[in-house]
Design a protein around this ligand. Structure first.
Ligand SMILES: Nc1ncnc2c1ncn2[C@@H]1O[C@H](COP(=O)(O)OP(=O)(O)OP(=O)(O)O)[C@@H](O)[C@H]1O
Ligand SMILES: [Mg+2]
Length: 275
């Protein structure tokens, strides 16, 4: 038998191991574990994650392949349920929510950007941007769509379909869609993984702007040290727990830290970017 929340774990650097929410945090994970399978074949994808991300910050998460990055993002965003521990978004504990409550929360308070853009090809750019409002049963505010499309530099593309746009433009539509509801947190999983360097920089600049001018909170998983350098801090995952962090690191420093981390763990991944 075990306590549900890891509140007896050693105090983290906030000395705030109490079960109450920590004020000012957009994302808070305490004692989060995620196990796949049981018994001898069980995989501990997350092995006790402690994390608090303040509102209005941009965080990159890096780590070798299999270190738990996607599992972390899924648990933090309410797309997957931890085996143990608590997740809070904007002070609200999501761990005990029903599927319907989680769906509603994701639609109204979270934004998502994925590597594969995930736009609906039969809808126009404007309709794609308005989709989160439509799914949430809200009034589809075309003025708001125009506003976020202007923010990502695509004011003139509202009536096009995704297939008529370049990859970078499609990802900018995905960023506009993530911004449209004014979410508390934007989760991005390899948002520049399918883009060339120049186009990637445009998309990263938009995420940076969302933090700096709109006060959004961004959490981004990436393999690319140059992408991670746009963030305020980089957190390094190894074997299911955060092993290291770097504040305002350059791409070179981030790459060096990744190489050191990869050398200590079983798998090789992402180290090529250190060149
Ligand atoms: N559905 C699943 N069933 C069983 N094991 C899983 C499942 N999903 C992930 N795992 C395991 O959990 C661990 C963490 O996986 P995860 O996908 O979070 O890693 P990652 O850091 O995102 O890797 P990558 O960089 O390759 O995307 C791995 O050992 C993986 O094999
Ligand atoms: Mg992954």
């Amino acid at each position: 038998m075990r306590l549900r929340s890891g509140r007896r774990q050693k105090a983290d650097d906030r000395t705030e191991a109490a079960p109450a929410a920590t004020p000012g945090l957009a994302v808070e994970l305490r004692g989060v574990r995620r196990r796949y399978g049981r018994g001898a074949s069980a995989v501990h994808a997350l092995a006790g994650v402690e994390l608090g991300l303040p509102h209005g910050t941009f965080t990159a998460v890096m780590g070798p392949s299999g270190s738990g990055k996607s599992t972390f993002l899924q648990c933090a965003a309410g797309l997957d349920r931890p085996t143990a521990g608590t997740v809070r978004l904007g002070g609200t504990e999501i761990t005990g929510m029903s599927e319907n409550e989680l769906t509603e929360l994701r639609r109204s308070r979270l934004g998502f950007v994925f590597q594969a853009f995930n736009l609906l090809p039969s809808l126009t750019v404007e309709q794609n941007v308005l989709l989160p409002m439509r799914l949430a049963g809200q009034r589809q505010d075309r003025g708001r769509a125009a506003e976020v499309l202007a923010q990502v530099g695509l004011a003139d593309k509202a009536r096009r379909r995704p297939g008529e746009l370049s990859g970078g433009q499609q990802q900018r539509v995905a960023v506009a869609r993530a911004l449209v509801t004014g979410p508390d947190v934007i989760f991005a999983d390899e948002p520049t993984g399918a883009l060339d360097t120049g186009t990637a920089a445009e998309v990263l600049g938009l995420l940076r702007d969302a933090v700096d001018t709109l006060g959004a909170t961004v959490v981004m998983v990436t393999h690319d040290p140059a992408a991670a350098a746009w963030a305020d801090r980089v957190l390094f995952l190894a074997d299911g727990a955060f092993a290291d962090r770097l504040e305002r690191g350059s791409a070179e420093r981030i790459a060096a830290r990744m190489t050191a981390l990869t050398g200590r763990t079983r798998t090789m991944d992402g180290a090529g970017a250190a060149a």
